[in-house]
Ligand binder design. Structure first.
Ligand code: NAD
Length: 343
């Protein structure tokens, strides 16, 4: 039944749940469980069609297999989507139904927040199942650990591309200074980087300019800024055949998911001599945090593990140089190696 979907890969389980009385339709997809139970967030999106929801859950669960493997955490890849308006009045009932759905898989899938769901929503799901992650009070907001992973990868990019130790004096442009980008800006400023920031919400950008002495750039051409490094922290598919020819930076390291519009954009970046840190290497800090929240969380343990993302990026960059390939393709190779049961 799912065979007609181009995004069907080696998924091991796709299940749906309908509760017509509640007007509830949801899907959970498990892409790979060789490393352990599948972990990935739950989206609530008013998909126009069931096909859109299935496509999303297939694509996202595969992405989580790669992200969890690259992050070297003992989880496979999974994702859940609920077809609904995230603002609906009976959201609590919807979340409880989701909790029952997750519980029915007996631990094969562990859920968390994503588009359309908040930390409080995960707590509500958690009233029905223990198979949730991300709500440990002392851990705070996982965006901070995501930003720290991006920061460490950026320091590695600075070393590889400019021979720099740290970011002092380097110019960095950040696209989107919300949860991840805003926290990243603070880390970069503390390390001595000169910042240009742009956000469609001008007030957040202005505030950062005031707090950190950053320059506010234009939303339309922030990725073409005359800087050393760009950090996409807002949207996906922003590295494409329109944007790449105009990039003046020598490295791209950001928190946004799915930055490459197409696989061939990986090569476009390489051909222009731009060192690209694959997005799911750079932004793996949040999922590492969720792992520790389920098994012995401490800031030190999380930070130690996050530093390994930078080591992985170093390995990716070295192999890409040796093999004359794009870093995105090489990261996929490493993720696949780590997905094999023998690894
Ligand atoms: P967010 O909504 O808090 O921040 C995104 C910011 O980008 C917002 O301030 C928004 O106004 C701005 N923005 C939107 N369109 C823009 C544009 N065209 N130009 C400039 N700014 C624009 O989201 P977030 O949690 O910071 O996540 C950012 C990205 O990182 C997303 O792709 C997300 O999937 C990814 N990510 C986030 C986490 C996390 O821990 N939050 C983890 C992994 C990946």
């Amino acid at each position: 039944m799912y065979g007609a979907y181009p995004d069907l890969d080696d998924h091991v389980l796709i299940v749906s749940r309908d509760n017509p009385r509640l007007g509830f339709t949801a899907f959970i997809a498990i892409h790979n469980e060789a490393r352990g139970p599948a972990m990935g967030g739950c989206r609530i999106v008013p998909y126009a069609t069931v096909a859109e929801a299935v496509t999303d859950v297939l694509r996202l669960s595969k992405g989580m297999s790669y992200k969890n493997a690259i992050a070297n955490i003992p989880y496979g890849g999974g994702k859940a989507v609920i077809i609904a308006d995230p603002g609906r009045a009976d959201k609590k009932a919807v979340l409880h139904e989701m909790g029952d759905f997750v519980r029915s898989l007996e631990g094969r899938y562990i859920t968390s927040f994503d588009s359309g769901t908040t930390l409080d929503d995960v707590k509500t799901i958690g009233e029905r199942t223990t198979f949730t992650a991300g709500t440990l009070a002392e851990a705070g907001n996982a965006s901070q650990t995501t930003a720290r992973g991006v920061y460490h990868c950026m320091r590695t990019a600075a070393e590889l591309r400019f021979g720099a130790v740290g970011l002092s004096g380097l110019r960095v442009a950040i696209q989107g200074v919300g949860n991840v980008g805003g926290r990243l800006a603070h880390l970069l400023a503390a390390d001595g980087a000169d910042l240009i920031v742009a956000d469609t919400d001008r007030r957040i950008a202005d505030q950062l300019a005031e707090d950190l002495g950053a320059t506010v750039g234009s939303v339309d051409d922030i990725l073409a800024s005359d800087v050393d490094i760009i950090a996409p922290c807002a949207l996906g598919a922003i590295l494409n055949n329109n944007s790449i020819p105009n990039i003046r930076a020598k490295a791209v390291v950001g928190g946004a998911n799915n930055q490459l519009a197409h696989p061939e954009d990986d090569l476009r970046l390489k051909e222009r001599g731009i060192l690209y840190c694959p997005d799911y290497v750079a932004n793996g800090g949040g999922i590492i945090d969720l792992h520790y929240q389920r098994s012995g969380w401490s800031p030190e343990a999380v930070e130690q593990h996050i530093l390994t993302l930078a080591d992985t990026f170093r390995e990716v960059a070295a192999r890409a140089r040796e093999q004359d390939r794009g870093t995105g393709a090489v990261a996929d190779d490493i993720a696949l190696e780590r997905l094999s049961p023998a690894s």
